[in-house]
Design a protein around this ligand. Structure first.
Ligand code: KQY
Length: 357
């Protein structure tokens, strides 16, 4: 464990607040990113009933974002190339003396020049530093290691879950072995046990982020997407992930309690929606009838609440019941985030928690 005692807390531990970015790029988001901006504003509003929210926005969208966002949400100018604060924002760590630091991983737009999702990502690379400047929080420079926050989940007690498909992908840290990657994660986040899930979801543009497969409910308990339908596109990978979790123990030697969250029908972009996206040679292909991930596990746990995706799917109600069972003492708030799915992620991907000091 780290010499200085800093660890990454579980998302379910108390937050100082939440950080988000503002969607604008028209080769990711359709119709001038307006539907996405409304969805992001709804998510920010839902979280702001539980804890302070800060939305970071490019200069030319400041007035519009300020007007669309509730007045109790802080809006600051920080430039970015796209709006995924989970992956572009700092990973906060804390010690038991009430000190907080931010880890500044290297970012390469989910693969860089080898199947990355856009080019360039120069502004994204400075977002972590700028957030930490605003908060006067010291920064750990981890630019020798490419990692996105969506690729890891921790229990705050020494265990980290990730996928081999993403974190060991040659388009992230080609020159590092699995052991060297493990060392980096253990060093920066104070991890004792890493649980490796082989693959993330099928055709996930992030190369299989773990936050589209499962999340930590609390120490010793995880929730995974689940389907009994062998025809569902993610049936095999979820069955495999479940079996791997069943065979594991965490840093404290505990078997994991596993909740099953029903998988909704996946999202398919329509001809009309696809036509509203700008073409760009360097951008991920979002042509008509492409299928995008929809899963309730890409939720966000905040102080006294959980903000979860909804898709207008019959499974929405069933998922809410599972969340109520997992979190009898938190308010469950559902937000329709189909528009965010079309960008390749969901609520967890567009948020970043800052832990209470
Ligand atoms: N187009 C970029 C999508 C990024 C999704 C982020 C995530 N799953 O944490």
């Amino acid at each position: 464990p780290r010499k200085d005692g800093f660890r990454m807390p579980g998302e379910f531990e108390e937050h100082e607040g939440t950080w988000m970015l503002w969607p604008v790029r028209t080769d990711t988001w359709r119709a001038g990113a307006k539907p996405a901006q409304r969805a992001f504003a709804e998510v920010a509003k839902a979280i702001s009933q539980f804890e302070p929210v800060t939305v970071c926005v490019n200069a030319d969208q400041f007035e519009n974002a300020r007007a669309l966002l509730d007045e109790n949400i802080r809006v600051v100018e920080i430039s970015s190339n796209d709006a995924w604060m989970r992956d572009i924002g700092p990973t906060f760590v804390k010690n038991d003396k009430g000190e907080v630091r931010g880890v500044d991983w290297q970012f390469n737009a989910w693969g860089g020049l080898d199947e990355g999702l856009y080019f360039p990502w120069d502004k994204d690379q400075l977002v972590k530093q700028k957030v930490l400047e605003i908060e006067n929080i010291d920064r750990y420079d981890a630019k020798d290691f490419v990692l996105e926050g969506g690729a890891i989940h921790v229990d705050g007690e020494g265990t980290l879950i990730t996928t081999e498909q993403c974190v060991l992908n040659p388009n992230r840290n080609a020159d590092m072995s699995k052991e060297e990657v493990e060392e980096k994660l253990k060093e920066y986040l104070n991890i004792e046990k890493i649980i490796w899930i082989k693959d993330g979801l099928v055709d996930d543009e992030t190369d299989g982020h773990v936050d589209e497969v499962l999340f930590y409910v609390r120490p010793g308990e995880v929730a995974i997407g689940w389907t009994d339908d062998p025809k569902h596109p993610h049936y095999e990978v979820l069955q495999a992930a479940y079996k791997q979790l069943e065979q594991e123990v965490d840093a404290k030697g505990r078997k994991l309690k596993i909740y099953k969250l029903p998988m909704p029908k996946q999202i398919t972009i329509t001809e009309e929606e696809s036509r509203e996206i700008d073409f760009a040679a360097d951008a991920f292909d979002r042509s008509a009838n492409t299928e995008f991930i929809a899963t309730y596990v890409n939720c966000y746990i905040c102080n006294g609440g959980v903000v979860i995706p909804a898709f207008g799917d019959p499974k929405d109600e069933e998922a809410i019941e599972v969340f109520k069972e997992m979190y009898p003492d938190r308010k469950i708030v559902a937000v329709n985030t189909r528009e965010v799915s079309l960008g390749g992620g969901n609520i967890h991907c567009i948020t970043q928690q800052q832990p209470k000091a």
